[in-house]
Design a protein around this ligand. Structure first.
Ligand code: COA
Length: 151
């Protein structure tokens, strides 16, 4: 079975997405759970301001990401919480997730997307066409840099 990306549309999908994020961000990267899970994660299937996706491999959810559609000053929507389970990295699944969210943003009429990259992941995003902007800063104790891409 190939890698399959779908929107988070049920409580079970959301639980699977949050389980991936808990393994990656809370357990692996030591982000406090109260910072990792936020109001954008509440029943996303009922809302139009956020879009979560999950990636399944052989039926098991191994990856997730989300797109925040609430923009300010005509800005770009924000991709975040991009996570692939450690044992499944390096097979193109992260890139596939990013492209799925970029396609969603493009279909909604946005001209670009933005994100806050952990500095170790800057080359991953550069490979997709993102360009870094501004200085490095700390968020949840982790170095980040803002990046943008035109769609
Ligand atoms: N540094 C440099 N290049 C990287 C990279 C990294 N950390 N991670 C991936 N790449 C490159 C790959 O080599 C590949 O390039 P290639 O096509 O030339 O071989 C390309 O980016 C796509 O990689 P892919 O296999 O799709 O990435 P992935 O499935 O391993 O997912 C992350 C990448 C960042 C999502 C994954 O490493 C992850 O979940 N990390 C922990 C969570 C995290 O830090 N998320 C980002 C928060 S900003």
């Amino acid at each position: 079975m190939p890698f399959e990306i779908t929107r988070v549309g049920t409580p079970a999908d959301l639980a699977a997405a949050l389980a991936v994020r808990t393994r990656v961000f809370v357990e692996e990267q030591h982000v406090p759970v109260e910072e990792e899970i936020d109001h954008h994660d509440a029943e996303p299937w009922t809302r139009s301001d956020v879009l979560h996706v999950i990636g399944r491999l052989d039926g098991t959810v191994i990856a997730t990401a989300r797109l925040l559609l609430e923009t300010h000053d005509g800005g770009y929507p924000h991709i975040g919480r991009v996570a692939v389970l450690a044992e499944h990295r390096g097979h193109g699944y992260g890139r596939a997730l990013m492209r799925a969210l970029q396609d969603e943003a493009r279909a909604l009429g946005f001209l670009g997307v933005t994100l806050a990259a952990q500095t170790h992941a800057v080359p991953f995003y550069e490979g997709l066409g993102y360009v870094a902007r501004g200085p490095v800063y700390l968020d949840a104790g982790i170095e980040h840099r803002d990046m943008d891409m035109l769609l």
